[in-house]
Design a protein around this ligand. Structure first.
Ligand code: 5GP
Ligand code: ZN
Length: 116
């Protein structure tokens, strides 16, 4: 456990290997695993290994860590899809955030629905 780990955090437990996940890629600073309830043919969560509650906290404290999340997501999108994707950081409960360890939803594969 590093100083930024949060003991009750689901994604810290996945990073530590204490809870199993379908890990599709990893780097020194981030890991990528399939969402348990996929909303697209490819639906992967990309998280920094260190615990930050949301993306503005990560960006402010560790911009390279945020770049590492984006780079890993881009690699997974090429590996598992055609390199075209949507990257979503739900930020705050009203935006749908339920796990407060920053994570990018990587959605890819096929035609994604529009927002309108
Ligand atoms: P949020 O709603 O916070 O943006 O996204 C949390 C995501 O985590 C949801 O899409 C949910 O399906 C996923 N999730 C929740 N629990 C687990 C789990 O134990 N394993 C995996 N792989 N995904 C999970
Ligand atoms: Zn965490």
């Amino acid at each position: 456990m590093t100083s930024t780990d949060s003991p009750d955090c689901l994604f810290c437990k996945i990073v530590a290997g204490d809870i199993p996940a379908d890990v599709v890629a990893s780097s020194d600073t981030a890991i990528a695993f399939r969402d348990i309830a996929p909303k697209a043919p490819v639906h992967v969560l990309v998280v920094p290994r260190e615990h930050y509650p949301d993306v503005p906290a990560l960006a402010a404290s560790d911009p390279e860590g945020l770049a590492g999340v984006v780079a890993l997501a881009d690699g997974v999108a090429t590996e598992l899809g055609d390199g075209q994707y949507r990257l979503i950081f739900n930020t705050g409960p009203k935006a749908g955030q339920t796990v407060f360890h920053v994570h990018a939803h990587l959605l890819a594969g096929g035609e994604l629905p529009g927002f309108a």
